[in-house]
Design a binder for this molecule. Structure first.
Ligand SMILES: Cc1cc2nc3c(=O)[nH]c(=O)nc-3n(C[C@H](O)[C@H](O)[C@H](O)COP(=O)(O)O)c2cc1C
Length: 219
């Protein structure tokens, strides 16, 4: 576990004596990008997807990924005073929520409404944002939820990163079987999170996390 303070993530310049025969100083610029995954999950399925997105993002060199359950945003998390402190330090925030009644879950909306305190000062302006949602049915109006997450990011003047993982088929084993482009969509059956979503959705979530992290590291 990385326990370095958050200030160290930004433009950390390390100057160390060069041990090469030329005896010159070696200047090494290290820049870690902090990616926060801010999600809600009532029954564990979206939490599972959030974990896979985190895994994908963490596979990209130069990233540090921290997951935040938004209903615990006021609590300390890792080295941060609370979830708001983490989100302020992040280079990118990936928002995730189940689709409940055709939109984000109520606890996610409580978090979104509480973020109005940040909105007043436009504290997340120009951070990168992306989003994902999980629901029971194949459509389930997941698009409405992703549109909401895009709108939330836009209210904060964030820069939205699209899904970016190609559609490879229509079966549960297929990557991006829903042909979702604005954000990540996954579907879970009424089974324990250990058994669902499908392999294809899991692979899509992993590639989505990696796609967002790659973009953030390169920009
Ligand atoms: C209150 C409520 C509303 C729901 N509304 C929808 C819906 O609009 N569309 C859909 O496909 N599934 C809907 N579902 C099913 C959930 O999206 C699905 O069970 C999902 O996996 C829950 O994610 P979670 O385990 O992270 O809470 C709803 C479930 C609940 C509890």
């Amino acid at each position: 576990m990385n326990t370095r303070g958050k200030r160290n993530f930004k433009n950390r310049t390390v100057v160390s004596p060069d041990t090469s025969p030329t005896s010159k100083l070696r200047v090494e610029l290290t820049r870690m990008k902090l990616i926060a995954i801010a999600f809600h999950s009532g029954y564990g399925h979206t939490a599972k997807v959030a974990g896979i997105v985190a895994e994908g993002a963490a596979s990209v060199e130069g990233t540090r990924v921290v997951s935040l359950a938004v209903d615990k945003v006021e609590e300390p998390i890792e080295e941060f005073a609370n979830g708001w402190d983490l989100l302020q330090a992040a280079d990118a925030i990936i928002f995730g929520t189940p689709t409940y009644m055709g939109g984000p879950s109520a606890p996610f909306k409580v978090f979104a409404d509480a973020s109005s305190k940040v909105w007043f000062g436009q504290g997340w302006k120009d951070k990168y944002a992306a989003g994902f949602t999980n629901s029971l049915t194949l459509s389930g109006d997941k698009s409405s939820t992703l549109t909401y997450l895009f709108t939330l990011a836009s209210q904060h003047s964030m820069v939205w990163i699209s899904q970016g993982v190609p559609h490879e088929g229509l079966t549960p084993e297929s990557v991006n079987r829903f042909g979702a482009w604005s954000g990540l969509m996954t579907q879970s059956d009424n089974l324990p999170p250990e058994q669902t979503p499908s392999e294809g959705d899991i692979e899509t979530a992993k590639r989505f996390g990696a796609r967002i992290a790659t973009f953030v590291v390169n920009h």
